[in-house]
Write a protein that binds this ligand. Structure first.
Ligand SMILES: [Fe+2]
Length: 244
């Protein structure tokens, strides 16, 4: 894989330079991205030290969640696209073209889980959580009834997701904010919605630190970990896009 196939962009956020392996592109008309050579997806590094979120999320959890679970999705994704029509497609194209196709469920699941986890790591930050500010706070007030109602509804969605899945803050096609939940690997991209923030409620996300107490994990995410700067950047029209 040549460096030219990676799309590195720098996004200035509040005066802080945020450098990522992922690219942020306009959300309005994201072109289909085809690469000149077969794609090999890679496990992105965590955007923080693996012990940076302790005690809320331990280094041991990241060893398994990032180093084992996320990595396994990437390895399987690369196996599944090799020699197929998808080997030159962007991750987003793989997801949107396989969503709802039962014959391609394994490919969708591994591609979507690579996207979901890459996005989730960015939704976490040391000393995060609490109330957002600025335009995002105003949108939460106008569309979701204010922060306290948002927090209660987001937590309720996370707890109501039976089994494995995700809770999301999204912008729908009209730009209105919504709280959603998705099972297993499903994600807003497959439903024409733009993800702003998510929490992983698969048991592997919290069991080592919280055992069965999903409610405590989600509350801690809201109070201590949620990366509102990242969510605000997504609201401002930056589509999270993962490069190989
Ligand atoms: Fe996960």
């Amino acid at each position: 894989m040549s460096i030219s196939r990676r799309d590195f962009l720098t996004l200035a956020l509040g005066g802080v330079a945020f450098v990522s392996m992922r690219a942020f592109a306009s959300s309005a008309h994201t072109p289909i991205t085809m690469n000149e050579a077969p794609m090999t997806f890679t496990l992105p590094p965590l955007p923080f030290a693996k012990d940076a979120l302790a005690p809320h999320i331990s280094a041991q959890t990241f060893d398994f969640h990032h180093g084992k679970h996320h990595n396994a999705y990437v390895v399987k994704l690369n196996e599944l696209i090799a020699g197929t029509e998808f080997e030159k497609a962007s991750l987003e194209d793989i997801i949107t073209k396989t969503a709802g196709d039962a014959s391609k469920a394994a490919l969708f699941n591994n591609a979507a889980q690579h996207w979901n986890h890459s996005f989730f790591w960015e939704c976490l930050t040391p000393n995060g959580g609490g109330k957002p500010t600025g335009e995002l706070a105003a949108k939460i007030d106008s569309d979701l009834g204010g922060y306290d109602k948002f927090a209660a509804d987001f937590k309720a969605a996370a707890l109501a997701q039976f089994g494995s899945g995700w809770a999301w803050l999204v912008a729908d096609a009209s730009g209105k904010l919504k709280i959603t939940k998705t099972p297993n690997a499903d994600l807003p991209l497959a439903h024409g919605e733009r993800a702003l923030l998510t929490v992983d409620v698969w048991e592997h996300a919290y069991y080592l630190d919280y055992q069965n107490r999903r409610v405590d994990f989600v509350q801690t995410f809201l109070d201590k970990l949620a990366n509102w700067e990242f969510a605000a950047a997504n609201l401002a029209g930056k589509t999270f896009k993962i490069a190989a």
